[in-house]
Structures are given as C-alpha cells and as structure tokens.
Design a protein around this ligand. Structure first.
Ligand SMILES: *Cc1c(COP(=O)(O)O)cnc(C)c1O
Length: 391
C-alpha cells in the first residue's frame, strides 16, 4: 500500500504510541484527583502541554485541550462571537476555509451574526485588500486558516495578524494543516487563537487543542467540571494528550529536516505530473505551499474514478477533502480559485509524509499516467476535444 493521504490523517508514529502506552493500564488515574497516583498523570499532561505550547511560542496556560480540530474551531468562533456580541456582530473569514469553520460561520449567521467571506486569488491566497475593505466598526473576529487542507496554500498570517491588531479585532487561525509542518509563532504572527489537531501530525485521532492568548475575552465551550481552567470541562484524555505532546516534540525537532525532504519529493512529483500528463494543472501556490501537499486537476477526468483506479493499485489518495468526498459537489476551494465545475471535478490530492519514498512517488506517477490515459480513452468529451483539434 502507498499512503498519500496524510492531509486526511497521519499514522501514529511508534515513538508516540510508546509514550502513550503507560497511560492506559498503568497510570490510569483521573489526572485531576488528589492522591499521588494521579500526580503521575497530571505531570505527564503538564509536560505535554509544555511541548504543545513551545512549538508555537505560546505559554503553557494558553493551551486548552479539545477533542480535535473541529471542536477547537467551533469553540474559538462561537465563543468569541458570544463574548463580543455587545461590541458587534460582524465576522470575517475566507471562502476556502475548512467546513469546521465555514459551517460554524453559517450557524452564526442564523443566530443573527453577519459574516463576510473574503475571496482568494487563483492560487488560493487571501486577497488582503478585500480583507481590509471588509473591516467595519462592528467587526469582532477575523478567522483565516494558516494553510489550506486541499490545495496546500499557506496564507499570509503575519499580514492578517497586523491588520487585526491595528483594528483591535480578534484573530483566530485554523492551523490544523500547518501545526507541526511549518514554523508558527503566535507572537510574531499576531495570532489570538489557534486550532490544531493531533491526528494531522502523527498523534492519535480525537485529541487537539485551542490556543487562547491570555487576556482574550471568550467563554467556555463545554460546561461541567473545572478542567482546563474551567474553560473546557471533561476528564482529561491523558493518553491522547501525552501522545500529542510527544508528537509535537518530535515535529519540532524534525521540522526542518522533514520539510526539506518532503519539499524535494513533492516538487519531483509536481514536475513529473505536469511534464508527463497532458492537460494537467497544479492547484495552489507553487512555492508558498505545505511541504507535503500536491493537488492537481486533469481535464476530462472524474476525480472519483481516478481514486477508484488508484486504489486498485494500492494507492490511497483523495479528491478534494475527506469531508466532501462521497458528495458530487466539486470542492468549494477549487471553485473559489476560479476553476469551472467540469475542471474542478477532475481533481486529485496527494499528500506526503516524511516517510514517503521516491519509489512510491515514481510508482504513483507511472500508474497515474496509465489511468489518466485509460479514462480519457473512454471519454466522449476528450474524443470531441481531440477531434476539434483545438488543444
Ligand atoms: C482535519 C482538519 C480539521 C478538522 O480536524 P479534526 O481533528 O478532524 O476535527 C479542521 N481544519 C482543517 C484545516 C483540517 O485539515
């Protein structure tokens, strides 16, 4: 099997798994309990919190563990809206956000908030002029992702942070794809809130966190016990937290090495596909993109058929995002960068990890070439196109 869907989820690395193991059958105490047996668990949670915070230059007490990225996004946006509604009810986001952000914004619209969806250019970079122009006296929150999960484009966080600061507006970023993969520093980038998710950087599924800058006005999301400084109730997911801490530490130590490796392989993949497969295009910013992300469109091809035929060769890939596959609508991200429906339908996302090899990439491109050729040979649209001699 060749796994090229690391933007959907990653493998839990052996070291992370080993770090977690003692927190199931041995140190199973509720970390909030008072006896010393629980102290071991709380100590491990504190250490993990420190690792997670360090990677983005945050303070330990600014990290709030959640059950993943979607929860962190929901919390940041809904609670910031609620806490600041006396100041105003206007929120700014982008057209290419993950559904965890977009659907939360749509929910708030039903609750009487107004949302401006700022557009992106043909490479998926947010239009800063449009963002600035959207700011109003009643704007309370800007939420723009750090890097896009489909096309890999990295957004200009520093510029957005500066704009938000200048206007005293809260700035939240969904950094689920970026955290552990590219350098991020909440102070340098002017970020007030940041969402991340363990399973996108080799920790298990169902654990994530929201960074909330000290002093930011925002309420709790889950009501109940006093965990997470009373802001997120619920018994701590000790093993998940420990795993995420271990994964954050590893990601930090290997950030440069891994990204260098992935960028070289990704560029090799992109160059081969564009050179060897006719009528293919790369989606997303060519240089300023996530190290492991490649996203293509192939004209006259259905993304779904591509995925099925790749699967028959043992290759795991995705078209658009995991959340939209299964639906026949083309990706909102590909439409937002200006692709027509028929081209957006023929998209393929291949996302690498530091374990991906050149052999795997070469095999994938070899198979992809054959599959694209085969699908086109069955396509009446392609036949017409060739006959018309337009090319
Ligand atoms: C995966 C993902 C999420 C959702 O995270 P979960 O932990 O799966 O809930 C949110 N935003 C982006 C950009 C993602 O890639």
């Amino acid at each position: 099997m060749i796994y090229l869907d690391n933007a959907a989820t990653t493998k839990v690395t052996e070291d992370v798994f080993e770090a977690m193991k003692p927190y199931f059958c041995e140190n199973y105490a509720n970390p909030s309990a008072v006896y010393s047996f629980a102290g071991k668990s709380m100590k491990a949670v504190d250490e993990a919190r420190h690792e997670v915070a360090s990677l983005i230059g945050a303070k330990d007490n600014e990290i709030y563990f959640t059950a993943g990225g979607s929860e962190a996004d929901n919390w940041a946006i809904k609670a910031a809206a609620e806490a600041n509604k006396d100041k105003g009810k206007h929120i700014i986001t982008s057209t290419i956000e993950h559904h965890a952000v977009l659907h939360t914004c749509q929910y708030l619209e039903k609750q009487g908030f107004e949302v401006t969806y700022v557009g992106v250019d043909e490479n998926g970079t947010i239009k800063l002029d449009e963002l600035k122009a959207a700011i109003r006296p009643d704007t309370i929150l800007i939420t723009v992702m750090a890097a896009n999960n489909e096309i890999g484009t990295i957004e200009p966080l520093k510029e957005i942070g500066a704009i938000a600061r200048e206007h005293h507006i809260l700035f939240h970023t969904d950094a689920v794809q970026a955290y552990g993969h590219i350098p991020l520093n909440v102070d340098e980038l002017g970020i007030d809130m940041l969402s991340a998710s363990g399973h996108k950087f080799h920790a298990p599924k169902g654990i994530g966190f929201l960074y909330i800058r000290n002093g930011v006005k925002i309420g709790s999301f889950v009501q109940g016990g006093a965990q997470e400084r009373s802001r997120r109730a619920g018994t701590l997911n000790t093993s998940g937290i420990v795993g995420m801490g271990a994964a954050a530490k590893l990601a930090g130590e290997k950030l440069q090495e891994n990204s260098k490796k992935e960028i070289a392989l990704r560029d090799h993949l992109i160059e081969r596909v564009l050179a060897e497969i006719p009528y293919s295009r790369l989606n997303g910013e060519r240089v300023n993109r996530l190290p492991g992300n490649a996203n293509f469109c192939f004209r006259f091809i259905e993304g779904e058929s591509l995925l099925i035929l790749l699967d028959q060769k043992g290759i795991c890939a995705s078209s658009g995002s995991a959340c939209t596959s299964g639906s026949l609508d083309p990706s909102h991200v590909l439409l937002a960068i200006g692709l027509p429906h028929e081209i957006a339908h023929g998209s393929l996302r291949l996302t690498l990890s530091e374990d991906t090899t050149k052999e795997e990439i070469d095999f994938t491109v070899d198979e992809l070439k054959k599959i694209v050729e085969r699908l086109r040979s069955m396509s009446p649209l392609y036949e017409d196109f060739v006959k018309s001699g337009k090319q």
